[in-house]
Design a protein around this ligand. Structure first.
Ligand code: AMP
Ligand code: ZN
Length: 114
């Protein structure tokens, strides 16, 4: 999608620090990390948010989570633990309207909403 920051990153039009890529998924380091490990996992298909996911994205969503698991292993945080976060919409603080999941690790996280 034109004018979408993450679509431009996926296409290589805007530089990123890539950590993983496959047919469905692109993952790169967050530009403003909140922890020693902070990776964004995005589908190559433009989907604005979790609200716009449809039945046809069933396989894609599975691929995203398989990728997250692989990245956690590759980055060596698999056994110590990590958090996966999706912000959907205004109240959650979503700032980029291209579905993405934050993989956060490498520190003991204290604050929990749930
Ligand atoms: P969210 O607030 O859930 O929409 O997350 C958007 C994330 O994208 C934030 O954590 C930003 O730091 C990150 N971000 C914004 N621009 C870039 C960029 N050019 N490269 C990497 N991460 C970015
Ligand atoms: Zn996009």
């Amino acid at each position: 999608m034109e004018d979408c920051l993450f679509c431009k990153i996926i296409k290589g039009e805007i530089p990123s620090n890539k950590v993983y890529e496959d047919e469905y998924v692109y993952a790169f380091k967050d530009i403003e990390p909140v922890a020693p490990v902070h990776v964004l996992i995005v589908p190559k298909k433009h989907i604005s948010s979790l609200n716009e996911v449809s039945e046809e994205d069933e396989v894609l969503l599975g691929k995203i989570f398989i990728a997250i698991k692989k990245i956690a292993k590759e980055l060596g945080v698999e056994s110590k633990g990590y958090r996966v976060i999706n912000n959907c919409g205004k109240d959650a603080g979503q700032t980029v309207m291209h579905l993405h999941f934050h993989l956060i690790a490498g520190t003991k996280m204290g604050e929990k909403l749930l």
